[in-house]
Design a protein around this ligand. Structure first.
Ligand code: AMP
Ligand code: ZN
Length: 489
C-alpha cells in the first residue's frame, strides 16, 4: 500500500487522500437493489463502478469487507414516505406473494451481477432478515430523543440533528422547499422520515413484524444503518450508491446512524452518476427501462455492457445509445483478438497466466516479484496512477490500448500486463484463453463452419445463437474463425 489513493468524497465535495480506519482493511458498504423488478442497466452501471472501486482497493493490497443489503421490504414508491410499498406493487402486478416477488428478483439481480463479472459482496443481507437490528436502532433513537411516535408510526426528527443535509450540501430551508406539499400531517417537520410504519397506515401490507412500536414494518433508510453496523461496526470507511441517493436516502442514513451511535459514521461517500437515455433518466417505476436481457436480444453480451461502462468516469453522467454500445462491443472484440493472438505467439504459453477472476484474492502490484522490463514498469505505473486518482478507469483503458498496440513489447509482456490490469477491469481475460469445448459444442461449431462454407448463412446464424446461449462466443476474423468459451457460471 505504498500508493496514495485519492477519492472524491461527496461529503465535502473534494478529492481527498484515502485512509482506511484499520491499516490494510476497508469496510465497504453498498446500497443494494430493491427487488420488485429486474435491475435496469442504469442500476447496473452503479454496481459496475462499485465493483471497479472494490477491485482497485484489492489490487492495491487492501482486504475489502464488502456488505450489501437487499431491500425486500420498506421502500415506498416515493422516497418521501408516500405511496405504496414497492414489493406490494410488484406482487399485485404479477399476481404473486410479496415473498415470491422478492426471491425471484433477488435471484435475477445476482444472475446479472455474476454475468457482469461483478465480485459478490462478502456479505449479502436481506432487510427482512434483519428486523431485530432495525428495531434496536429505532428504540435507541427514541431513547435518545431523536425519534417520536405519531399516528402509529415512528418518525426521525430532523430538527434534533444539527448537521442534517450536509451530504447534499443543502441548508435545511432548501431541502424543506423541495419537500412535498401534501406532507404526512403526523410529521413535525416535512423532512422528518419514517423509521417504523404500523398497520394503521397500510392495512394490506403482507410483510409485518411485532415491535415495541406496534405491528408493522421498517422504513427504507433504517435497513442500511442496521445492516452496515451489524457487519461492519459503527464506523464505515466507504459507503456507495447512485447519485440519486444523496439528498434523501443517504442524508437520512447519516442522520439516524450518527444520532444513534453518537459519532461520525462514514468517512467517504462514493456516488456514481446516472446512466441516461436520450429521453431522460432511466427509472424502474417509470417503466420502459432496459435490462441485460434486452441487450442480449439485440446481440450484446454482459461483457460488452461492462466495457461500455468502463469508458466513462463514474462521476460523469453516461448517455446510453445503441451505437455507443456497438462501439464498445467492437473495441472489446478487438482487444480479445489481440489477446488471443498473443497467446498463440511462440513462448506465450497460457499456463502461466494468473487467474484474474477474483480481484479480492489477487496479489497487489507491489507483491509481484518477477523481473520486469522498463517498458512494462512504465505501463504499470501509468495504469496504477490512473486508477489511484479517483478511479480514472477511462484513462486506464487508454493505457491498455497504448500498451496493446505498442510494437516494442513482446506478446508475453502484453499478456501479463493485461492479465494484471484485468484484476481491476474485470473483463475476464483469463476466460479468453482457448478452453476445451465439450464434444456437443465442438459438433455445433463444425456444423456452423460447414454451413458457412456452403454459404448457408441463415443456418450459420442460428448455430451461432445456439452456441452463444451455451457460452461460446464466435468471432470471424481474416485469419479464421475464433471462439471464446465461457461456461455458464
Ligand atoms: P434501486 O434498486 O432502485 O434501489 O437502485 C439500485 C441502485 O441503482 C442505487 O444505487 C441507485 O442509486 C442506482 N440507480 C438508479 N437509477 C440509476 C441510473 N439511471 N443510473 C445509475 N444508477 C442508478
Ligand atoms: Zn442504503
Amino acid at each position: 500500500m505504498n500508493r496514495t489513493i485519492t477519492l472524491f468524497n461527496t461529503m465535502g465535495r473534494a478529492e481527498v487522500p484515502f485512509q482506511s480506519i484499520e491499516p490494510g482493511k476497508v469496510r465497504l458498504y453498498t446500497c443494494g437493489p430493491t427487488v420488485y423488478n429486474y435491475a435496469h442497466i442504469g442500476n447496473l452501471r452503479t454496481y459496475v463502478s462499485e465493483d471497479l472501486l472494490r477491485r482497485m482497493l484489492s489490487y492495491f493490497g487492501y482486504e475489502v469487507n464488502h456488505v450489501m443489503n437487499v431491500t425486500d421490504v420498506g421502500h415506498l414508491t416515493s422516497d418521501a414516505d408516500t405511496g405504496e410499498d414497492k414489493m406490494t406493487v410488484g406482487a399485485r402486478r404479477e399476481g404473486k406473494t410479496v415473498w415470491e416477488i422478492a426471491r425471484f428478483y433477488e435471484k435475477a439481480f445476482f444472475d446479472d451481477i455474476r454475468a457482469l463479472n461483478i465480485l459478490m459482496p462478502t456479505t449479502v443481507a436481506r432487510a427482512t432478515e434483519h428486523i431485530p437490528a432495525m428495531i434496536e436502532i429505532v428504540q435507541r433513537l427514541i431513547d435518545r430523543g431523536y425519534a417520536y411516535e405519531a399516528g402509529g408510526n415512528v418518525y426521525f426528527s430532523v430538527d434534533r440533528f444539527a448537521d442534517y443535509g450536509s451530504l447534499a450540501a443543502l441548508q435545511l430551508e432548501e431541502l424543506q422547499a423541495g419537500a412535498r406539499v401534501d406532507v404526512d400531517p403526523n410529521k413535525r417537520n416535512p423532512l422528518d422520515f419514517v423509521l417504523w410504519f404500523t398497520e394503521s397506515k397500510f392495512p394490506d401490507q403482507e410483510m409485518k413484524w411485532n415491535s415495541p412500536f406496534g405491528r408493522g414494518f421498517p422504513g427504507w433508510h433504517i435497513e442500511c444503518s442496521a445492516i452496515a453496523s451489524q457487519y461492519l461496526g459503527e464506523h464505515v470507511d466507504i459507503h456507495c450508491g447512485g447519485s440519486d441517493h444523496i439528498p434523501v436516502h443517504h442524508t437520512n442514513e447519516i442522520a439516524q446512524s450518527e444520532a444513534a451511535f453518537g459519532h461520525k459514521w462514514v468517512n467517504y461517500w462514493f456516488h456514481t452518476e446516472f446512466l441516461i437515455m436520450k429521453e431522460g433518466k432511466m427509472s424502474k417505476s417509470a417503466g420502459g427501462f432496459l435490462t441485460l436481457a434486452a441487450l442480449a436480444e439485440m446481440g450484446f453480451s454482459p461483457d460488452d455492457y461492462r466495457y461500455f461502462c468502463l469508458q466513462a468516469h463514474y462521476r460523469s453522467p453516461l448517455q446510453f445509445t445503441w451505437e455507443a454500445l456497438k462501439g464498445a462491443q467492437t473495441a472489446l472484440a478487438n482487444l480479445r483478438n489481440l489477446y488471443t493472438g498473443w497467446l498463440e505467439e511462440p513462448g506465450a504459453g497460457a499456463s502461466d497466466v494468473p487467474d484474474s477472476s477474483n480481484g479480492s484474492t489477487a496479489l497487489g502490484p507491489e507483491e509481484t516479484s518477477t523481473e520486469v522490463s522498463e517498458e512494462e514498469r512504465s505501463y504499470s505505473e501509468a495504469f496504477d496512477s490512473a486508477i489511484a486518482a479517483d478511479l480514472n478507469v477511462p484513462l486506464a483503458l487508454g493505457v491498455v490500448w497504448k500498451m496493446a498496440k505498442d510494437p516494442g513489447l513482446s506478446a508475453a509482456t502484453k499478456r501479463s500486463l493485461l492479465s494484471r490490469f484485468d484484476r481491476v477491469l474485470g473483463l475476464g481475460v483469463d476466460k479468453w484463453q482457448r478452453a476445451e469445448l465439450p464434444e456437443e459444442l465442438k459438433r455445433l461449431l463444425d456444423e456452423r463452419q460447414a454451413a458457412r462454407a456452403r454459404r448457408d448463412y441463415a443456418t450459420a446464424d442460428e448455430l451461432r445463437a445456439r452456441l452463444a446461449a451455451a457460452g461460446v462466443e464466435i468471432m470471424d476474423t481474416p485469419s479464421g474463425t475464433k471462439w471464446q468459451y465461457n461456461p455458464k457460471r
